[in-house]
Write a protein that binds this ligand. Structure first.
Ligand SMILES: Cc1ncc(COP(=O)(O)O)c(C=O)c1O
Length: 490
């Protein structure tokens, strides 16, 4: 048995359960006996038997010395990392750890404008100042891709004192930038690269998929094992290549942000998923790519639908792509992605990963077989046939306004005195809220930024064209929370 075939944590927990210990410790359900019998019967005694806590023989995620340490070491080997830390708080927890490990109050961090909310949270917690880069926007699809090496170079030349560059790679839609070049540029400034790899756990395990963060030489990568790697929801890993960031710092920040009651079910599921990916990943992902490509071709034979393939490659921000993601442009049916999502649910019991104004996104994984993908193609074929009389060549009205000036750090804005004023009178005031237009899901302003007349006009135009504007406390968009201006005393 090679070392990657071992599952020290999962096996250790099962062995412990099989010894049938008499438990005088939490969890109080004690192997399920003390809980609602309906839930116990539903979940099953195996899952409840390893729902345990950090008693001495079972190690402790906060100070791993035993089976968790061994499981993390095997994961590091599998991901080609120097260290791997397990997260029971998803990739959100791992992202906050990355940012808080490199940034303190007043430090700059270079980030794409379309960051996940966990990055914004970490920026607020740390007191760091974000330096934003606009991601490239796809005018055909109305989605945003990654940031380009040129944009990173420009941002670093202007801010060589930045403490980190954060990259989303691959994006939710599976598009990857030239991460290796980005890492090379950042490292020439001795700045670490933090990768939001929430949608890329599998890419490390197949040669035809985009380069993983660790293979590209990045310093930290927050990776959702639960999204595409087969572990239980909420379980992720944080991979580290040592050099610019120390593993002791990362371990202590992760520990500060993590519950003391770590779920052993989640931890064991990471251990088991790592083995499956390391041992069987290449073969399983081979089949998945084949199935996804067959499905893509079939969808592209349906009139007025377009499923994105390798033709999207070639720009700096679309350096590579993950073919297991099916981005299906539905705009020419004369429907929105939201309409199509609802139609598929209602008529075919099909649930998609996401929808926006112009597209739906379906993910194909080793959990799919031809039966499922054929059901999707059949449903889309039926819908396209029903809509054949309404088909139009629709263009995507996506443009993005300039990034406003940041007048105070997002943390200062978060803690400042605020007031609510009419939205149309907000020009020149500092926002205490974030507001976003979908697509392409890029904030128009965030807390601390100065609202401009151009921003207000842009939001109104989007509302007029029917694009969803999100984020304001006042969902009617008539008012906005801004930083209170203190009048001078006479
Ligand atoms: C781009 C991106 N980053 C980070 C996350 C957070 O991951 P998690 O749900 O594992 O906390 C998500 C979740 O959807 C995401 O889409």
């Amino acid at each position: 048995m090679t070392s990657q075939e071992q599952t020290p944590l999962f096996t250790g927990l099962v062995n412990h359960m099989n010894r049938n210990p008499i438990q005088f410790h939490i969890p109080g359900h004690k192997k399920g006996v003390g809980m609602n019998p309906d839930f116990r019967a539903f979940i099953g005694d195996n899952a409840l038997g390893i729902d345990l806590i950090n008693i001495e023989p079972l190690d402790d995620l906060h100070h791993p010395q035993g089976m968790i340490k061994k499981a993390q070491e095997l994961a590091a080997e599998a991901f080609s990392a120097d260290y791997t830390f397990f997260s029971v708080q998803g990739t959100s927890g791992a992202i906050m750890t990355m940012v808080l490990s490199v940034c303190g109050p007043g430090d700059k961090i270079i980030v794409p404008r379309n960051i996940h909310k966990s990055v914004t949270t970490a920026i607020i917690f740390s007191g760091a100042t974000p330096v934003f880069i606009h991601p490239e926007v796809d005018k055909e699809l109305g989605i945003s891709h990654g940031i380009t090496p040129e944009a990173v170079e420009k941002a670093l030349s202007a801010n060589p004192d930045a403490k980190g560059v954060l990259v989303i790679n691959p994006t939710y839609f599976g598009i990857a930038a030239d991460l290796k070049r980005i890492v090379g540029i950042a490292h020439s400034f001795e700045v670490p690269v933090l990768v939001d790899e929430a949608h890329g756990v599998h890419i490390h395990f197949h040669n035809d998929l985009p380069l993983s963060a660790m293979d590209a030489g990045a310093d930290l990568a927050a990776t959702s094992v639960h999204k595409l790697g087969g572990s239980l929801t909420q379980s992720s890993v944080l991979n580290l290549r040592e050099g610019l960031v120390s593993h002791e710092r990362v371990q202590s920040v992760l520990s500060m942000l993590t519950t003391t009651s770590t779920s052993y079910l989640l931890l064991a599921s990471i251990d088991a998923a790592r083995k499956h990916l390391a041992v069987n990943g290449q073969a399983l992902i081979d089949e998945t790519i084949h199935l996804a490509n067959l499905t893509r071709d079939a969808i592209n034979r349906i009139p007025n639908l377009y499923c994105v393939g390798s033709e999207i490659l070639g720009s700096e921000a679309t350096f590579d792509y993950d073919p297991t993601k099916l981005i299906i442009s539905v705009k020419n049916l004369g429907l929105t992605g939201y309409d199509v999502e609802g139609w598929l649910r209602k008529h075919y019991r099909i649930e998609v990963e996401l929808s926006d104004m112009y597209n739906i996104l379906c993910i194909i994984t080793p959990g799919d077989k031809k039966k499922e993908t054929e059901a999707l193609v059949e449903a889309l074929d039926k819908l396209a046939w029903e809509r054949s009389g309404y088909a139009i060549q629709k263009s995507v009205p996506v443009k993005i306004p300039e990034i406003p000036l940041l007048s105070m750090s997002p943390r200062d804005a978060f803690y400042a005195d605020t007031e609510v004023i009419p939205f149309l009178e907000a020009s020149g005031r500092i926002s205490a809220e974030s507001i976003m237009v979908y697509p392409p899901g890029i904030p128009i302003f965030i807390p601390g930024e100065i609202i401009t007349a151009e921003n207000i006009r842009y939001i109104q135009e989007n509302l007029k064209t029917g694009l969803p504007v999100q984020g304001l406390e006042d969902e009617t968009l008539h008012s906005i929370r801004v930083i209170k201006e203190h009048k001078a005393f006479r």
